[in-house]
Design a protein around this ligand. Structure first.
Ligand code: RTP
Ligand code: MG
Length: 137
């Protein structure tokens, strides 16, 4: 069993898609084992996306991620990191496959509804960023 960090981003929470998005994970073999709704501070968002701090979209990304609440979750399942990325679809919804979350819910390349860890190593770092081990069931 593997674990990954998932975030339902502000654009999806604002449009009331939390339940539909979690259902997609459940239906496709991933189980939430930790979950919290929170409104990220600027510091929290900057720290989470620190790897992108030199990218031209960083400031916009932090502003987007802090504008309203998100849902942070740990998802567990076989090959959870890769499985989650498949269920999410490509970063840009224009390139996302049919039936993926981003194809069906994302507004554009930035407001793309979900985050998912991109490797098991980063998943461990990102899970620890939001959850104590005692909060993971
Ligand atoms: P994520 O980290 O959120 O799961 O998304 P990702 O791996 O598919 O994409 P990544 O390259 O890591 O980018 C992180 C997030 O930054 C925003 N972004 N905006 N305006 C732009 O050109 C642009 N490019 C990326 C998106 O919210 C993307 O998910
Ligand atoms: Mg990424």
């Amino acid at each position: 069993m593997e674990r990954t960090l998932s975030i339902i981003k502000p654009d999806a929470v604002e449009r009331n898609f939390v339940g539909q998005i979690i259902s997609r994970f459940e239906a496709q073999g991933l189980r939430p084992v930790a979950m919290r709704m929170m409104h990220l501070s600027q510091k929290e968002a900057e720290g989470f996306y620190a790897v992108h701090s030199e990218r031209p979209f960083f400031k916009d990304l932090v502003s987007f991620m802090t504008r309203s609440p998100v849902v942070v979750m740990v998802l567990e399942g076989e090959g959870a990191v890769a499985r989650n990325r498949e269920i999410m679809g490509a970063t840009n919804p224009e390139n996302a496959a049919e039936g993926t979350i981003r194809k069906d819910f994302a507004k554009n390349i930035e407001e793309n509804s979900v985050h998912g860890s991109d490797s098991p190593e980063n998943a461990a770092i990102e899970i620890a960023y939001f959850f104590r081990s005692t909060e993971i069931c």
